[in-house]
Design a protein. Structure first.
Length: 335
């Protein structure tokens, strides 16, 4: 085994030990999954729509895939800990993308708080963001760097390339990353182990390539990662169904290009000054968390708007990554 392969497996072992530490609490995710849609309770549709907004913001600002995936991880970890009302979700989402950008992006590429408020249309103030950021940071114990499915996707991809005799470009990492982002837009995949979710995406892609050699390598990776056949099969079917659904023209997707706005001079002036006209919101009280009993919301007095950025069609580049899978009728529709 080459020195590069040995280093990759060492990294893999390290992240396999860490992945549980950065996975959202399953009990909290289940409470969101079972929630009815109303003004007092966060439901899966609202969480998924907010993640699509983060995807659009990622593309608008030219952030890396790692920034988006990390932002979703921070969001889900926080939502699985705290009871949150839908009206607070915009502010929380913007805070998560800001925190993720600070970890991943160059400082010169990180937008100001004023700019991200204006572009996201989250209808909160800079002071609101600072207060919310403090709450999120404390609840997540300031652990912003995380082991995610993207971590394993990159490691598995590199390991495969180290051991294959096939052309390096056969396994398209950009395509795999785009498919992972689509899975991140479904709450159910936050329950999957990151290592399992990443391996599902790779095995599905290798199946479409019909490469025996690549499949044998992934089987060795699966054994090394101690992923059971039953777990892999269960999540692989859900991933396949998700990607097939996402390829449907009826599916509303976030914009996969940098947004270009063409506006009148009057509208431009309103946009430029809009954040100055937002009223100050009351102080955020810290109250309940998800625990053994139901508790009150931790952000009771905050209010924020929900303006979606996710209604635009996909670009030709990322959109084509989802059209190779067809749904099987026996699979249930994902919520």
């Amino acid at each position: 085994m080459s020195s590069e392969a040995l280093w990759l497996f060492k990294q893999l072992n390290l992240h396999l030990e860490l992945e549980g530490r950065f996975q959202p609490r399953e009990k909290g995710l289940s409470l969101i999954e079972g929630a009815a849609e109303n003004e007092n309770t966060l439901c899966p549709r609202q969480r998924n729509a907010k993640v699509e907004d983060l995807w659009s913001l990622t593309n608008f600002f030219g952030f890396a895939t790692e920034t988006f995936v990390l932002a979703v991880n921070l969001l889900d970890r926080f939502l699985a800990l705290m009871k949150v009302k839908p009206k607070h979700l915009s502010c929380i989402g913007v805070c998560c993308i800001q925190l993720a950008a600070r970890v991943v992006e160059e400082e010169c590429n990180i937008p100001s708080a004023h700019e991200i408020i204006r572009i996201s249309q989250c209808k909160c103030t800079v002071s609101d963001l600072k207060r919310m950021e403090k709450i999120i940071s404390e609840k997540l114990h300031f652990e912003f760097k995380a082991t995610t499915a993207l971590t394993f996707l990159h490691l598995y991809h590199a390991i495969v390339l180290c051991h294959t005799s096939e052309r390096k470009e056969v396994l398209n990492l950009d395509k795999l990353e785009a498919q992972l982002k689509a899975c991140n837009c479904r709450l159910v995949f936050s329950k999957a182990k990151p290592s399992v979710l990443a391996l599902c995406l790779l095995t599905l892609e290798v199946q479409t390539l019909k490469s025996v050699e690549l499949l044998e390598i992934l089987l060795r990776v699966q054994k090394h990662s101690k992923i059971s056949d039953s777990d892999l099969l269960y999540w692989r079917e859900l991933v396949s169904k998700c990607l097939a659904d996402y390829s449907s023209p009826e599916c509303c997707k976030p914009d996969h290009k940098k947004l270009v706005w063409i506006v009148s001079r009057r509208t431009a002036q309103n946009l430029q000054n809009s954040y100055y006209s937002v009223p100050e919101l009351p102080t955020i009280p810290e109250g309940g968390c998800f625990n053994g009993s139901e508790s009150e919301d931790s952000c009771e007095d905050m209010s924020s708007g929900e303006e979606s950025l996710s209604s635009s069609p996909p670009s030709d580049l990322e959109g084509t990554f989802f059209f190779e899978l067809k749904p099987k009728p026996k699979w249930q529709t994902l919520s």
